[in-house]
Design a protein. Structure first.
Length: 302
């Protein structure tokens, strides 16, 4: 929840075209000790939470000791330290309270300079510790960051794309869209589930607009209707095509026909790939936004 920028140390400027190209998977050597220290400090004096995390990780502990948990996980697979963090964020109800109810506090420096925050988490709070974790992961070049809404780790995504998706998630189709996002960028991606949820998100947004009186409608039926009755619909951008919905129909068709995992056992069936899921979830966010904001509408003559 802190500001991000594209600053790079002097020796790396000009050598990496984007920050994402430098992102590191797993737990690189320089992150091992800081991550272990963070986990142990966060779980200190929380034996119940430590015990639950150990159970989730299938780690047998003599006592609910965070240090023992950390070393046991690291001895098994260093990358699983990220899973420990993921589980901690998901299970800690105290953190949930701070994020969803208590919230950050106004700062005394608010308004003095544009780089000073207007709000901050109280010193010693769990949210402040998680904010420190998020900064640590960013500084270490990790491919993962904190998902503050789902209270877990997610794969680092371009900030502009993430903001656009977040806006779409606040709409009626947001439940499906957020599930697609987590299945795409979470610690354990599930591309087929992500694609399924992306389809459901667009259906939830499009069907009430295009086929409001129908039953058992699908995105395929929405696609067919827009193709057959294109003269009845328009887009907010008129352009040189008088607001033709042909571009919209093409995008919906791309998403629908690319859903190869929906017919198990069929000749074209296969699991969706990760790159397909990523494209699908961002395309779905755009389509959800269009349908929910009136960018797709009946022509006035209709």
């Amino acid at each position: 929840m802190t500001d991000r920028d594209d600053w790079q140390p002097l020796s790396r400027r000009g050598h990496i075209s984007t920050r994402e190209q430098a992102l590191l998977e797993g737990v690189p050597d320089h992150l091992i000790r800081p991550l272990k220290t963070w986990i142990a400090a966060y779980l200190a004096d929380h034996p119940k939470l430590t015990g639950r995390v150990a159970l989730q990780m299938r780690i047998a502990l003599d006592t609910p000791d965070p240090e023992q948990l950390v070393e046991a996980v690291a001895a098994s697979d260093l990358s699983l330290l990220l899973d420990v963090v993921d589980v901690v964020l998901h299970l800690d109800k105290g953190l949930w309270w701070e994020l969803d109810v208590a919230g950050p506090e106004p700062t005394m420096e608010a308004g003095l300079a544009d780089w000073l925050p207007d709000f901050s988490w109280p010193k010693g709070s769990k949210a402040a510790a998680v904010e420190g974790l998020d900064d640590m992961l960013m500084d270490a070049g990790s491919a993962f960051e904190v998902d503050w809404h789902q209270r877990c780790l997610q794969r680092r995504v371009d900030a502009t794309a993430a903001i656009a998706a977040e806006q779409a998630m606040s709409m009626d189709a947001g439940t499906h869209l957020r599930a697609a996002w987590v299945a795409t960028y979470g610690r354990h991606p599930d591309p087929s589930k992500a694609y399924d949820e992306a389809i459901r998100a667009v259906e939830a947004a499009a069907i009430p607009v295009v086929l409001p009186k129908g039953t058992r409608e699908t995105l395929g039926k929405v696609h067919a209707h827009l193709g057959n009755a294109s003269n009845k619909w328009e887009l907010a951008i008129e352009g040189t095509n008088d607001g033709s919905v042909a571009p919209l129909t093409e995008l919906i068709g791309l998403l629908w026909k690319g859903h190869v995992a929906r017919h198990a056992g069929g000749p074209a069936f296969r699991p969706q790939r990760q790159d397909e899921a990523q494209m699908a979830v961002h395309l779905a966010a755009t389509l959800v936004h269009w349908f929910n904001t009136g960018a797709v509408r009946l022509r006035k003559s209709e």
